[in-house]
Design a protein around this ligand. Structure first.
Ligand SMILES: [Zn+2]
Length: 75
C-alpha cells in the first residue's frame, strides 16, 4: 500500500478517518489549516490528510494546493 498519504474520500470516510486520527473535533471547530494556503479546514474542503512527523496536517481542495500536493506525493 503506497497511497496512504493521499486518498479520495467520501464524507463518511472523512469523518471516520478524522475520528480515528483524533482530529475530528479540531477540524469541525476550525483549529486546522491548510498547510499550503493556511485556509481554515472543514469537512467540505479537505483534499488530503497528511501524516507529517507525529502530527496530522491537511491540504484544502483549492486547485493550487491540490497541485502542490500532487508534486509533494510525486503524482
Ligand atoms: Zn489550501
Amino acid at each position: 500500500m503506497k497511497n496512504n498519504e493521499l486518498k479520495a474520500f467520501n464524507d463518511d470516510d472523512i469523518v471516520k478517518l478524522l475520528k480515528s486520527l483524533q482530529v475530528y473535533d479540531d477540524v469541525i471547530s476550525g483549529n486546522k489549516n491548510c498547510i499550503y494556503c493556511n485556509e481554515k479546514m472543514s469537512l467540505i474542503n479537505i483534499d488530503a490528510i497528511l501524516p507529517i512527523d507525529h502530527r496530522v496536517e491537511f491540504s484544502c481542495s483549492d486547485s493550487e494546493c491540490h497541485n502542490k500536493l500532487l508534486v509533494r506525493v510525486g503524482g
